[in-house]
Design a protein around this ligand. Structure first.
Ligand SMILES: NC(=O)c1ccc[n+]([C@@H]2O[C@H](COP(=O)([O-])OP(=O)(O)OC[C@H]3O[C@@H](n4cnc5c(N)ncnc54)[C@H](O)[C@@H]3O)[C@@H](O)[C@H]2O)c1
Length: 347
């Protein structure tokens, strides 16, 4: 049976691996634990079908998606024996991106992927390329707009925040959401949740930090000075939304540890003031896995986009962006963003 939501992936890394594994896992057993929402906008996870995938790493191009998700340098563990999908990885686009991982043999295509997206009648293109590839990310976004295909920007490149690009989507009859995916239960969401409860219980938060350590190529990639500064700014701005006054805060990735694989530890230190000036202090850590943390929210974003398109929406979709991303065009507290998403897509 043809899929109801036809999805393409740019960047077959760890997040893509968890997504592909998750679609099969929950299609086979929708009541299995860990799936945030069984239905979004009336769609089940089994309604999602991957119709094409693009990468620039020679180790992945040409193999079936079911195999490529386990190819090096991916470190997302194999949780599911994925059946052959009949989707061979195609060469992607690089634009003039300079962020090419050392030692990787690169293969790119001649021209854009717009024709391929059109031919496959793609509803949604997921941009899951390594962060820092700004030019390539922009090319994917332009290609999707010209193929009337909606676009999910998981990377920190400013695309859903680019007014010119958004107007192309309005003209095309497609949706663009982003920027920088917010994991289902990752460092940022958890940090925001703690600050929110402290603030709502009358604690005056003074200082807060979140220092992440992890494995995987994306963490390694993030340690470059420029990208690290960009990511730190995004995370710090996202957590600042939870309290209505300024706090001293730092949030970002501080180191790469090869043997951690796809896992990440976020260390938190938060200090606040309570009644009579007494102090409240947190010193805790959270351990999670990056791939599943991304995929857990991507499956909701994909289904919500399709539901919004069914109703004729185009251009920006602020409810989905505020729900699923750290830098949405319209910023909201986490609880408000979730409530809006619930009203629109979960009833
Ligand atoms: N929890 C999460 O995993 C999470 C959270 C927030 C944001 N993100 C973002 O999602 C993206 C993917 O994360 P990941 O952990 O899967 O990264 P990854 O490094 O595991 O995978 C990236 C993949 O993109 C490919 N790639 C690089 N440039 C490309 C191009 N121009 N065209 C096609 N493919 C290209 C790489 O070869 C690799 O296969 C990153 O930008 C990351 O910042 C992830």
């Amino acid at each position: 049976m043809p899929s109801k939501i036809r999805v393409a992936i740019a960047g077959v890394g760890n997040a893509a691996s968890a997504l592909v594994q998750g679609i099969q896992y929950y299609s086979d057993g929708p009541s299995r634990a860990g799936l945030w929402h069984t239905k979004v906008g009336g769609y089940s996870i089994s309604d999602i079908g991957i119709v094409s995938a693009y990468d620039v790493d020679a180790r992945k191009i040409g193999s079936d998606l079911s195999k490529a998700i386990f190819a090096k340098p991916n470190v997302m563990p194999k949780q599911v024996n994925v059946k052959p999908l009949g989707v061979d990885i195609e060469a992607g686009m690089l634009g003039n991106s300079k962020q090419v991982p050392a030692g990787m043999k690169i293969i790119t295509r001649n021209g854009s992927i717009a024709d391929s997206l059109k031919k496959k009648k793609t509803d949604v293109l997921l941009n899951l390329v390594s962060s820092g590839n700004d030019a390539a990310s922009k090319e994917y976004a332009e290609a999707a707009a010209s193929a009337d295909c909606s676009f999910v920007n998981a990377t920190p490149t400013k695309l859903a925040n680019d007014a010119k690009l958004v107007s192309k989507y309005s003209g095309a009859g497609a949706i663009i959401v982003g920027d920088d995916l917010m994991s289902q239960f990752g460092g940022t969401a958890f940090h925001r949740g703690i600050l929110d409860i402290m603030n709502s219980r009358g604690i005056r938060v003074k200082k807060s930090y979140q220092l992440d350590v992890g494995g995987g190529t994306e963490t390694l990639n993030t340690l470059g000075e420029d990208l690290r500064a960009v990511k730190r700014k995004v995370k710090t701005e996202a957590i600042a939304l939870e309290v209505p006054y300024e706090i001293e805060s730092v949030a970002g990735t501080t180191d790469y540890v090869d043997f951690m694989g796809n896992s990440r530890t976020s260390y938190y230190w938060i200090e606040g003031e309570q009644f009579l000036g007494s102090s409240v202090r947190f010193d805790i850590y959270l351990r999670t896995m990056d791939g599943p943390n991304a995929a857990g929210v991507l499956v909701d974003i994909i289904r919500a986009i399709k539901a919004a398109r069914d109703k004729g929406q185009k251009g920006s979709e602020n409810t989905i962006s505020a729900f699923g991303f750290k830098s949405p065009p319209k910023r909201q507290k986490l609880s408000q963003a979730y409530e809006e998403f619930r009203q629109k897509y979960l009833r």
